[in-house]
Design a protein around this ligand. Structure first.
Ligand SMILES: NC(=O)c1ccc[n+]([C@@H]2O[C@H](COP(=O)([O-])OP(=O)(O)OC[C@H]3O[C@@H](n4cnc5c(N)ncnc54)[C@H](O)[C@@H]3O)[C@@H](O)[C@H]2O)c1
Length: 359
């Protein structure tokens, strides 16, 4: 049996759960050796769910980073902690997987990328859209020329609001729905376009009383960003927290010879009508009664399983991740988000002064 990548997961809530699911399908190359959680009982319960009762549990992540013998630290903590944890792990000589967004500020993101370069460790940016099988099939279709030259992309991630208390304030989250959800379509499109955007114009609901629905949410609950690219094409990215009925991850791509429409979350082969309701249908669905499209292998279809496998394969070979999944790519997505906030706040179109420059 070959060597396995030893992983310390930092955090033990929602994201840690789907990462653990992904690791459970990569046991041939990955071994979760420890996890951290402020509430050790919850962490133990999560480990039990995946048959990992022997895994070490720490309630102090800094201590875990110093003590645990591992190759990779996988950060599943709220956005505002990504920077501190990544810097500690990189300085401890570990590769780092960081959930989106890379950080809350561009400065913190740059520090993470620079630290990884300085210590010679890899910073992996967990953009799961790049592993969603439906999107990879869409890319194949585009690459075979079936829709001609793609000229316009419309993409969105929307739902009714984050479950996480840390998504409710700008200090903890970095913004509202744009940084929390919109960063997925932004990261995906930047990867397709090799980061070569030329200008962007954004509009957002203003947060708190200016929001469409969430009047207590500090960040925006609706955001839209128009982007133009060096190849003459354009995109519209939308994210919002005003979408009831379950999470929408939808991408439309229009080409000179055709078009394609991808619905990642509601494309189940099952259509169900239930009077009592199901235990679960799709992420963020408020109710499960009546007609529904119950997700089949949702975490795989959202890309988490192949994303973790890719990072494990890269870590084994001491290699960087694919385009779109490196620290620099997470940094560029974060930079776009913050420039979109600037555009919306000042009512201006922003030109990309760093086009072609490696962030
Ligand atoms: N890729 C995706 O689709 C996706 C989906 C959901 C979340 N995420 C990302 O994953 C990360 C975690 O999100 P989540 O939904 O699991 O959040 P969550 O609120 O469900 O969990 C956060 C965890 O961090 C812990 N925590 C908070 N402050 C802490 C502190 N000071 N010290 C130690 N622990 C602390 C909490 O106790 C909790 O266990 C976020 O960056 C989020 O953006 C990504």
């Amino acid at each position: 049996m070959g060597r396995k990548v030893r992983v310390l997961i930092v955090g033990s809530a929602f994201a840690a759960d789907f990462h653990l699911y992904a690791y459970s399908r990569c046991r041939d190359i990955a071994e979760v050796v420890a996890i951290t959680g402020r509430n050790k009982e919850k962490a133990h319960a999560l480990l039990k769910k995946y048959g990992l009762e022997n895994c070490a549990v720490y309630d102090d992540y800094m201590r875990a980073i110093q003590e645990v013998d591992c190759d990779v630290v996988d950060i599943c903590l709220p956005n505002y902690l990504h920077h501190e944890v990544a810097i500690a792990a990189l300085n401890r000589g570990r590769h780092v997987i960081c959930e989106k967004p890379l950080a809350t500020t561009v400065e913190d993101g740059m520090d993470m990328v620079e630290t990884a370069n300085r210590v010679g460790k890899k910073l992996y940016y967990a953009e799961d859209w790049l592993f969603a099988p439906a999107l990879n099939r869409a890319i194949e279709i585009i690459e075979e020329g079936a829709i001609g030259k793609p000229v316009f992309i419309r993409a969105r991630e929307c739902h009714s609001g984050s479950h996480s208390p840390y998504a409710q304030t700008i200090q903890y989250c970095g913004g509202g729905c744009l940084i929390h959800l919109g960063i997925h379509p932004i990261g995906f499109i930047l990867a397709l376009k090799e980061g070569k955007w030329t200008e962007l114009t954004a509009s957002i609901s203003g947060g708190l009383g200016n929001n469409l629905m969430h009047k207590k949410l500090e960040g925006e609950d609706w955001a839209c960003c128009i982007m133009k690219f060096a190849d003459g094409t354009s995109a519209v990215v939308e994210s919002n927290y005003v979408t009831k009925g379950g999470m929408e991850d939808v991408i439309d791509i229009y080409g000179t010879e055709g078009c394609l429409h991808v619905d990642i979350t509601f494309s189940s082969p099952i259509t169900c009508y239930s009077i009592p309701g199901l235990k679960y249908t799709v992420e963020k669905a408020e109710i499960t009664t009546g007609w529904s499209k119950p997700a089949v292998d949702e975490r795989f279809n959202l890309g988490y399983v192949d994303e973790i496998r890719h990072f494990m394969e890269c870590a084994l070979k001491d290699e960087d991740a694919k385009v779109g999944l490196r620290g620099v790519d997470g940094l560029e997505a974060l930079r776009v988000v913050h420039l979109a906030y600037k555009s919306a706040k000042e009512g201006i179109t922003i030109k990309n002064e760093r086009i072609g420059v490696r962030p």
